[in-house]
Design a binder for this molecule. Structure first.
Ligand SMILES: [Zn+2]
Length: 485
């Protein structure tokens, strides 16, 4: 996920969450969508592998987005490209009227993490991007689920609309945040999403709300030896700001996280720096805490400017809300996971997983081969723009094992596994589980209502407001189709 790899710490208990709908077994339509994923599995794997090889970073995912969009179009979806001001965002839809059940897919890679699909660390192209968050699987798997549903609507077995949202830039500005701000999810009845991980679980834990700010200091330059008294150092302002942040750490909730990097702090030692820039994130599972931290960061910036006779400005440039979880939805996902079951791994795949674990200093235990319980999940660190969507429409979230247990987030083992059969098997399980859960949402108005009611109750009067500056998404300078080489 942006900025993270979903890992939920779960209990080892396996409670039975049986729903009435399972008394008579899965419906015929549900069996059909699972069979459809198998039927299309070759194409889905091929698309995932191509996106893996493209490895395009945020807002430069031209070929990846086009591959998915044209596959949807070829398969009869209406496709609208370039939504919410992003050339690589798109909406594919099929059917008419309600309910509108939608699913999201990501496809952006991470800079500098190129890796072969091998069990030892070895870049495919030195210094190039790589799919170290498994978004190649995320995009192709989700579209596979949407396609399976489309075929059932076309055959008259399901009524309503299915949508696939192609959501770019999860690893950077958060494409979904812009899409949510533009209202593209407003009429969706239920949204689904998943994320590749190192275990398989229907998620009932939240993610961290986060705010992403730039703090700039402006001073006055002077010769650092000849007339330093004429200068006022912007870097001094930045240093005092960061010192303040570090003292503040003692007086924040244990759940809060603060991290920063120095973007600029002067060019050469013999000039008093005229400008300095700090890039900083604050996170917590409670958005109210993030708001409080933001207010305190503003004071720190002002105080540091006063002390150094410089000026400061703090601007919010991005952010995410915490995930509004939906237990009614998670139970549907969990029921379907239990029915479909986790993949079987060959001896060769097990060797691959263990070799990766050995190579990266993890415990050699292979792939997770079980479904984690709904109970006892504990939230871990990380944020995602899926959180923003979850405050606009009820959002069901699934994590599926696509990499060996214990794989570090945003690192080479995820790229390696995501480019071979360990990743493919997880992707197909995700596609089947999501498609089967979508069938529940079409076929069972009561299930849909329970999901919606839980959403309305938890959301209360809160209205989503994006952590974004006004204006369009910050497209990279070379954002023209085909400029992604
Ligand atoms: Zn991710």
């Amino acid at each position: 996920m942006r900025r993270f790899w979903v890992i939920a710490l779960c209990s080892v208990v396996y409670p039975v969450y049986s729903s009435a709908a399972y008394a008579s077994g899965p419906s015929a339509v549900k069996r059909s969508v699972v069979a459809a994923i198998d039927k299309h599995s070759g194409e889905l794997i091929q698309m995932s592998d191509q996106i893996w090889a493209f490895a395009e970073t945020a807002l430069r995912e031209y070929r990846s987005a086009e591959l998915l969009a044209s596959y949807a179009e070829t398969n009869g979806f209406r496709v609208e490209r370039g939504i919410a001001g992003m050339p690589t965002a798109f909406l594919a839809s099929f059917g008419e009227g309600s309910p509108i059940i939608a699913i999201m897919g990501e496809y952006d890679a991470l800079p500098g993490l190129s890796q072969k699909a091998t069990a030892e660390k070895s870049p495919l192209v030195e210094g190039a991007p790589g799919h170290a968050c498994g978004h190649n699987l995320f995009g192709a798997g989700s579209l596979g689920a949407a396609l399976a549903i489309k075929e059932q609507i076309e055959a008259g077995k399901l009524k309503g609309t299915v949508r696939f949202y192609g959501t770019p830039a999860e690893e950077a500005v958060g494409g979904k945040t812009y899409m949510a701000r533009d209202g593209v999810f407003d009429d969706v009845d239920v949204m689904l999403a998943w994320h590749p991980g190192d275990k398989t679980v229907a998620d009932v834990v939240t993610t961290q709300a986060m705010v992403d700010v730039i703090v700039e200091f402006k001073g006055r330059s002077a010769h650092a030896a000849y007339d330093p008294w004429n200068g006022r150092s912007a870097l001094d302002g930045a240093e005092l700001f960061m010192h303040g942040v570090n003292l503040m750490r003692e007086h924040i909730k244990p759940s809060s996280r603060l991290h920063y990097s120095i973007v600029s702090g002067g060019d050469v030692p013999n000039v008093v720096p005229e400008s300095a820039k700090v890039w900083m994130w604050a996170r917590d599972w409670q958005r109210a805490e993030v708001e409080g931290l933001l207010a305190r960061m503003r004071k720190l910036a002002e105080g540091a400017a006063i002390m150094t006779e410089t000026s400061s400005s703090l601007s919010v440039q991005a952010g995410s809300w915490e995930l509004l979880t939906n237990e009614a939805g998670a139970r549907l996902l969990n029921d379907n996971l239990q029915w479909i079951g986790v993949p079987k791994y060959s001896a060769e795949e097990d060797r691959f997983a263990r070799a990766i674990q050995r190579e990266s200093g993890m415990k050699e235990e292979g792939m997770s081969a079980r479904i984690e319980s709904l109970e006892g999940q504990e939230p871990e660190g990380g944020s995602t723009d899926v959180g923003d969507v979850s405050w606009v429409t009820p959002t069901l979230h699934l994590t599926v094992a696509t990499a060996p247990k214990g794989s570090p987030g945003h690192a080479w083992p995820i790229v390696a596994s995501g480019g071979m059969s360990l990743g493919h098997k997880g992707m197909l399980l995700a596609a089947k589980t999501l498609a089967a859960t979508m069938v529940d949402l079409y076929e069972r108005p009561n299930a849909r209502r329970a999901v919606r009611e839980e959403f309305e109750t938890k959301k209360g009067e809160v209205q989503f407001k994006a952590y974004l500056p006004d204006g369009p998404p910050p497209l990279p300078p070379d954002t023209t189709a085909g400029a992604s080489e």
